[in-house]
Design a protein around this ligand. Structure first.
Ligand code: CA
Length: 225
């Protein structure tokens, strides 16, 4: 799962980002509102954690801008004490949740899990099912009937992305953006290596799911019917 965090309190933001990473989230962290808006507009994120008071653009402006262009990514607003009005405005502007600062990271993690659960109908208690497999993005355990294996983080993110985009072709560029992020040196061959590893993992648990290569276009997941 890919999270964008826009928060200008650098020390706090870094600490939170570290904890999110330990919990298997991929985190892009920016400290400035204008930059935050540019990242948020990319629509590659599963969740955006947005501070309200920011240099450049404030969080509420970012939120209303992205909603205006139709980006429905769930947003958690971070509010400081005494910003009740902002909280109300934020929910009106299309925030999905808010968290008052200072907050405990366990609470943030719980909110993230809750927002994640609202995602596609294929998910049940955070576990994604597709065809004969069950996959938990939190524990990275992949199950097929009685067999199970543990995926590496990037393999898991790749599988989640392919399942979310079942029935359509996912390009290598999209995979790089979603799994590696913007600031990356990753290239097509990284994608190929990880696709190959994920195929081996699917074979290991004896799943009927297969990742098909669509020459020149990308990959598509089949076998879910
Ligand atoms: Ca701030």
């Amino acid at each position: 799962m890919r999270v964008l965090m826009v928060e200008d309190e650098k020390y706090m933001a870094k600490a939170v980002a570290e904890i999110l990473k330990k919990n298997h989230y991929t985190v892009d962290l920016v400290h400035d509102g204008s930059e935050g808006l540019a990242y948020a507009r990319s629509s590659i994120y599963d969740i955006i954690i947005l501070d309200i008071m920011l240099p450049g653009r404030d969080g509420l402006t970012i939120l209303s801008e992205i909603r205006k262009i139709g980006i429905g990514t769930p947003v958690i607003l971070l509010t400081a004490k005494g910003q009740i009005e902002d909280k109300v405005k934020g929910l009106d502007f299309g925030a999905d949740d808010y968290l008052a600062k200072p907050f405990h990271t366990d609470e943030l993690l719980a909110r993230l899990r809750a927002l994640h659960r609202r995602k596609p109908e294929l998910r049940n208690n955070g576990v994604i099912t597709f065809g004969d497999i069950e996959f938990s993005p939190h524990t990275l355990v992949l199950k097929c009937v009685k067999n199970e294996t543990m995926l590496k983080l990037k393999e898991g993110q790749l599988l989640e992305l392919l399942i979310d985009n079942r029935n359509i072709v996912v390009s290598k560029n999209t995979i790089i953006e979603r799994v590696w992020g913007y600031d990356t040196e990753a290239e097509d061959n990284h994608v190929e290596i990880h696709i190959s590893r994920l195929r081996k993992q699917l074979t290991r648990v004896k799943s009927r799911i297969s990742i098909n290569t669509i020459r020149g276009a990308g990959y598509t997941l089949t076998g879910g019917e």
